[in-house]
Write a protein that binds this ligand. Structure first.
Ligand SMILES: [Zn+2]
Length: 206
């Protein structure tokens, strides 16, 4: 069966981008003048078809038969599996890039789905599957917070020409912003990727 492609959103981001480039907020950056992003916007205008930054997100799903092998009880069984994928392209990519990436990701999604399936015989998932799944999220959260702390302390460590008050704001503002984004994004991504047994339809044992 060919991958089913579905355009989820095709966001014309120019308005949002211009809003971001508007008056700078936040104490830490208030000292700087002339936002450098203005150049980026000019570049966007030259390249965009109608002065817009176009970001396309495509979701794809595909169905195929995969063989499950249980490392606990040795059970083997075929299943019809649904693989989900996502693809993103910007105006820099050739058209159809998001569709191609989504289709490729859906193919990998087939293997992800069957790898995380619950064994139909012993009703358990293969060892390490959930630990590996959770580990990726823990690693992303830890890495992001490390970056936030480094960014927050950078004005202090580098003795930047900035008031002590602004440096203090920076130290807690950066971890607060990054932590806030994680608190929104991580649960959404976790729910989206959580193993769904409904995506595995067991075929009669051979
Ligand atoms: Zn088993």
């Amino acid at each position: 069966m060919p991958p089913l492609l579905r355009t989820v959103s095709s966001a014309r981001a120019s308005g949002a981008l211009r809003e971001q480039l508007g008056p700078s907020t936040g104490g830490a950056s208030a000292n700087r003048s002339s936002p450098p992003q203005a150049n980026v916007l000019a570049g966007v205008r030259l390249r965009g078809d109608d002065a817009c930054v176009k970001v396309t997100t495509v979701a794809a799903s595909t169905t195929a038969v995969r063989t499950f092998r249980c490392r606990r009880c040795g059970h083997e069984q075929d299943a019809e599996v649904v693989g989900l994928g996502e693809g993103v392209q910007s105006f820099l990519n050739a058209s159809g890039t998001a569709e191609r990436r989504a289709a490729e990701d859906a193919q990998r999604g087939l293997d992800r789905t069957i790898a995380r399936a619950r064994c139909p015989s012993c009703k358990l998932r293969n060892p390490g599957v959930m630990a590996g799944f959770a580990g990726v999220f823990v690693a992303i959260a830890a890495g992001t917070m490390l970056v936030a702390i480094v960014l927050g302390f950078y004005p202090t460590w580098s003795e930047m020409n900035m008031s002590e008050h602004d440096k203090a704001i920076c130290r807690w503002l950066m971890p607060a912003i990054f932590g806030g984004v994680l608190a929104i994004v991580l649960p959404i991504e976790l729910l989206k990727r959580w193993p769904r047994d409904a995506y595995v339809r067991w075929l009669p044992p051979r």
